[in-house]
Design a binder for this molecule. Structure first.
Ligand code: SF4
Length: 68
C-alpha cells in the first residue's frame, strides 16, 4: 500500500500525526507529510485509521497491484 497527503487539501490539524506518528508528521510549514510512502503491513491499519480520521479527506492510499 502507498500513501500520500494532498497538500492542497491538508489544513494541518495534525490528527493523522496523532493517530499514526510512524507515518505522518507535521512539517515546519504546518502541514502533514507522509515520511514513508510504502506502508508495511503492520502499519496499514493505523494508516487507514488516519485516512478515516482526517477531517479534510486529504490522505490518499493506493493498493499495489503486484504483477509477477
Ligand atoms: S489530519 Fe488531514 S488535514 Fe489534518 S494534518 Fe493530517 S492530512 Fe492534514
Amino acid at each position: 500500500m502507498r500513501v500520500f497527503v494532498d497538500d492542497d487539501s491538508c489544513r494541518g490539524h495534525g490528527v493523522c500525526a496523532a493517530v499514526c506518528p510512524s507515518v505522518f508528521v507535521i512539517t515546519d510549514g504546518g502541514y502533514a507529510e507522509a515520511i514513508r510512502s510504502e506502508i508495511p503491513a503492520d502499519l496499514e491499519a493505523p494508516v487507514l485509521e488516519a485516512v478515516e480520521a482526517c477531517p479534510e479527506r486529504a490522505i490518499h492510499v493506493k493498493e499495489e497491484n503486484h504483477v509477477n
